[in-house]
Design a protein around this ligand. Structure first.
Ligand SMILES: Cc1ncc(COP(=O)(O)O)c(C=O)c1O
Length: 371
């Protein structure tokens, strides 16, 4: 095939899918990365972070990213690595838990946890003990308290649940986890909560927190695949170490080859934006979330499922499915959660006030036709 034809075919294929900048994507937890991330990716696109013999520079970038998270999450001892995303990070967290508490099998998991926890349990042969949710869709702390016993390996909490963006009562759960592993999945909320005014804490000042999942490819605005697993100190990764004879050096990552491209992209983002840059972007998203909620409250028959703390809003009506299908028919890219029967709007940086106004106007039209 000729070069031009290949490129044309790829461009045509890409055109079938929507672009973030067209302003109709409301379901995505990722967005278009800034140009600096793409430039950084290009410089390192042919590197492999596994191969420290050839590409030691990637290790330096990765270490600096982890150190940055250490500052953000109040822990100079922090250790971790760049994963392929929240799924890998959650698996690695439970893998390391299993290495510490050998013989324990039970993990305590709120019903709102991401499905990757179930995946991890399946892979690692763990048993899940489910925790129900309260009226605000947060894990019931009392149930956790009752369930923790000598067989408990780990307790999971989520900071920004996948369906509703809810933050579990992490402070209270932390207090119960003195003798068990405590992992917080902040895949989405990890790049939001530290930058906004809130009483919620998701950092290592929580004395029982062992590890935390944070995804640069979500609100960190990096290129997919970039996740991050962060541990309280280096002993967790040391337990996962292996020295393959053919390599001649140690590795502790679950995945083998890893692109240096996304590590460089994440590094470029945190250097370019810094804490102040993220604060600005995240707080704009929060302001737009408030703007959206205000407009939604004006629409009769529409309910906001739970008051948002972060930039995720879930809505429902008497007949959410009908609304969902009509919005989709009109070209809005949305998802509906089958458990809560709600439509999720993730107020990412590409969901601007303009986009929100258009969306709300169409929503009003549809709801008027409902009557
Ligand atoms: C709370 C939470 N954890 C983990 C994940 C998995 O992330 P990834 O798709 O990057 O593996 C998601 C994805 O949306 C999520 O919302």
């Amino acid at each position: 095939m000729e070069r031009n034809k290949i490129i044309d075919e790829l461009k045509k294929l890409r055109e079938r899918d929507p672009l973030f900048e067209n302003g109709r994507i409301l379901s995505s937890v990722s967005t278009k990365p800034p140009r600096i991330a793409l430039e950084a990716f290009n410089i390192f696109h042919d590197t492999n972070a596994l191969d420290r013999f050839l590409f030691d520079s990637i290790n330096k970038l990765e270490r600096e990213i982890i150190e940055w998270f250490g500052i953000l999450l109040r822990n100079r001892e922090v250790s971790g690595y760049i994963t392929t995303g929240g799924t890998e990070s959650n698996i690695v967290a439970l893998w390391s838990a299993k290495k510490i508490y050998e013989g324990r099998r039970e993990i305590i998991v709120p019903e709102s946890a991401h499905y990757s926890i179930e995946r991890a349990a399946d892979l690692l042969e763990l048993e899940i003990s489910w925790i129900s949710l309260d009226d605000e869709f947060r894990a019931r702390v009392n149930e956790i308290r009752k369930k923790i016993d000598k067989d408990t390996l780990a307790v999971i909490a989520t900071a920004g649940t996948s369906a509703l963006g809810v933050i579990d009562p992490i402070d209270e759960i932390n207090k119960l986890c003195k003798d068990v592993y405590f992992h917080v999945d902040a895949a989405f909320g990890g790049f939001v909560i530290p930058f906004i005014e809130t009483k919620e804490r998701i950092d290592f000042s929580l004395e029982n927190l062992d590890s935390i999942t944070i995804d640069p490819h979500k609100m960190g605005l990096s290129i997919i695949p970039s996740g991050c697993i962060l541990f309280r100190n280096n002993s967790y990764l040391e337990r996962l170490e292996i020295s393959p004879s053919y390599l001649g050096f140690k590795t502790w990552t679950l995945s083998g080859s890893r692109t240096g491209g996304t590590i460089a992209a994440t590094w470029a983002n945190i250097k370019y934006l810094g804490i102040d840059g993220y604060k600005r972007i995240v707080n704009e998203c929060i302001e737009n979330t408030k703007f959206l909620c205000k407009k939604l409250r004006e629409i009769e028959g529409l309910e906001i499922v739970v008051e948002p703390t972060i930039n995720i809003v879930a809505i429902r009506t008497r007949d959410t499915e009908r609304l969902f299908l009509e919005l989709r028919r009109r070209g809005w890219k949305i998802l509906m959660d089958s458990k809560t029967k709600s439509i999720k709007i993730v107020v990412m940086p590409h969901v601007t006030k303009n986009v929100i106004e258009k969306f709300v106007n169409e929503l009003k039209e549809i709801m008027r036709d409902y009557e």
